[in-house]
Each structure stands twice: as C-alpha cells, then as structure tokens.
Design a protein around this ligand. Sequence first.
Ligand code: UD1
Ligand code: UDP
Length: 362
Amino acid sequence: MLNIITIVGARPQFIKAATVSRVIKARNDISEKIIHTGQHYDGNMSDIFFDELNIPTPDYNLGIGGSFHGQMTGQQLEKIETILLQEKPDIVLVYGDTNSTLAGALAAVKLNITLAHIEAGLRSFNKKMPEEINRVITDHIADLLFSPTETAVENLINEGISREQIILSGDVMYDAALYYADKAESKADVLKQLNIGGNYILVTLHRAENTDNPDRLSAIVNGLAELSANKHSVVLPLHPRTRKKLSEFGLLENLCGSVQVIDPVGYLEMVLLEKNASLIITDSGGVQKEAYFHKIPCITLRDETEWVELLDIGWNKLCDVKQGRWDSLITRFAEQMQPWEPIYGTGNAAHHIVSQLVEYAR
Ligand code: UD1
Ligand code: UDP
C-alpha cells in the first residue's frame, strides 16, 4: 500500500486536490490522508468545496490562517512536521504556490520524504509575488514535478532541474472543468437570483499586488465603474482579502454602487457563472484558465501572467489597470482570437499523475 499525505490550505488547492483524490479513491493500492492547513477558513472559502466536490474530510485541520506570511508558513511547517513524523508517508503531495504549499514542501524534504509538486514550473518572473517565491522554492526541493504545460517544463529545465524528475501531466484544473461542467447546471438558479440579465462580465480580484496598493485598487474600482456606466452588467464574487482592503481604503461603497458584488461562491456556481459570462476579468491564475476551458475571452488585471499560452493565442489580454480604457480592449478581442485548441492536456492529468506516483514508489 502506497501512503500519501496531501497538503492543501487555499481555495484553488481544494479544487485541484478533488480531481486527484477522486482517482486515488477509486484504487485499492493507495491510502491518502489529507492535511488542511486552515489557510482559508471561511465556510465559502473552504467547507463548501469539500462538500460539493466530495473531497474526503481532512484527517487534520491545523487552523493556521489569516496571519502574516512568515508566521503562517512557520506555524504550518511546525505542525506538518509533527504529523509527518507520526504518519511516515511514502509521498507528500503539494499543489500550486501558496504558503501551505511551501510549508508542506519544507516539512517533507527536511524529513527526507519524497515530495511531489503538482502544477510545477509556472513562472511570472516577478519575485515581488509571494507565489513566485513559494513555487520556485518548492520546485527546487521536489523529487517529482508535474507540469501542466510545455512552457512550465521548459522553465524547470532552464533552471537546471533534471528532465527525469519532470512529468508533463496536463492540468488537473482542466480535468475538473470537464468533470464538473454538467454538474454545475444543478446551480442554474444562481443566474436567476442575480440581477444581471442575459449578458454580463464576471470579475474576480484578490492578488496582493492589486488589493494592497490603494492607487491600483482604486484604478480597478474606477475601471469597473466605467464598464458599468457603459451598460455592461458586472458581477463580482468578492474574495475576503479584497473586501477587507476595499473597506480599509474607503472604496467598498463606491464599488458596490456600480457593480453587483456577491460573496464568494462554491465551485459549481462559479463554473456556471463562468460558462455564461460574455467576458471574464480577473487576476486569478485559475480563473484565467477556466475562462479558456469554457471558451470565454479573458482580461487579466496584471502586468504579467504564468499562463502565457493564452496571450499567444489571443484569448487572454493583460490590462494596464492604471491606464484605464478597458472598453477598448474588449472591442479588439474578437479579431485577435485564434481557434480554440486543447493546450492543457486531455482532461486526464489526475490519472496520469496518480499512475506515475505508483510507478515511482515501486
Ligand atoms: C492565497 C494565496 C494565493 C492564492 C489565493 C487563492 C499565498 C501567499 N497566497 O491568497 O496564491 O491565489 O490564496 O484564493 O498563499 N481571509 C478570510 N477568510 C478566509 C481566507 C482569507 O477572511 O477564509 C482573509 C484574511 O484576512 C487573510 C486574507 O484574507 O489575512 C488573505 O488570506 P491569505 O490566505 O493570506 O492569502 P490570499 O490572498 O487568500
Ligand atoms: N472560485 C470559486 N468561487 C469564487 C471564486 C473562485 O469557486 O467565488 C474558484 C475558481 O473557479 C477557480 C479557483 O477558485 O477554480 C481559483 O481560485 P483563486 O482565484 O482563489 O486562486 P488562484 O487560482 O489565483 O490561485
């Protein structure tokens, strides 16, 4: 029996882990235990995903979230180490680029436990992003690196990581998008409950570089208000981090006056909102790709992105938030979009990853 410990803590990790855990559950030669660090803890940032996506209840919930990054990462590392010493897993599995990823990765390698990193090799080449630090370190200490794209594989090779450790697996988020697309229809009521008419723009916003800088955040609020003034319906499920910052900078009222701000939604509702949007505007990594999975054009509120393939084929555009004039970006979309092609694998990434883990442990 192969013993795996999976470490998750933030919203996108629950969605990624759901696909891999489902494949693990269907086998009888792997036992998986889940550690939830508690980095995300509100019901609509955590529990809803475990319930809706049938993720096994975490064996451990550390309850460590909401603090400064160093403190959060350090406290998580300490608790995860204690658990790994008790559980003695064969493999530790971490996802993405959050503080929980880094804490789990460090705890595993310090105990000489095989570390597997899913979503390895993504780079923004912007070291001011906490995520960039987390993923670079995790990639350089991992034993097995599962990359979603060829660009990610090349990034790792360029950094000197051995080709033998890298597996081009495809993207587990594409697996999730395919698996849950029809199931999301059960949430069709969400569209009726919203006051959005038939045609709307879906927005998400939470990246530190946007939320923590009052000038930038204010420029984004103004950009959204302008879209609304130009007769676009705008729906924004608001991340708790962004809500706090908008309040702190006195911008929340202005935003709520111009666009439809709602609480964060579960994954199935989110998929439904994505599939039916005319455009998605976001600074999320996952949502940029989901826009493409569901064939919706996307504007990214950042200066760079890790998912460069989508820029190359014209389905995604970076937006200089301070420059404004988002409307002009929208009108130029259609003529620049190349035909849709499957660049994130075949929807089989989780199967591929799990069989490689079993093979590695043999
Ligand atoms: C984290 C990840 C980011 C990921 C995002 C997904 C890091 C460095 N950042 O960012 O890569 O894209 O999750 O959503 O790991 N909060 C709540 N309730 C919650 C969760 C957070 O109120 O359930 C508030 C707290 O005030 C907290 C703040 O949001 O301090 C930020 O949370 P944190 O986990 O530090 O970072 P995120 O911005 O969520
Ligand atoms: N998501 C969700 N509800 C929301 C907003 C996002 O279920 O209200 C999902 C989204 O569909 C995607 C994931 O959360 O699967 C992306 O997470 P997030 O944007 O928080 O983080 P990132 O991908 O930027 O790390």
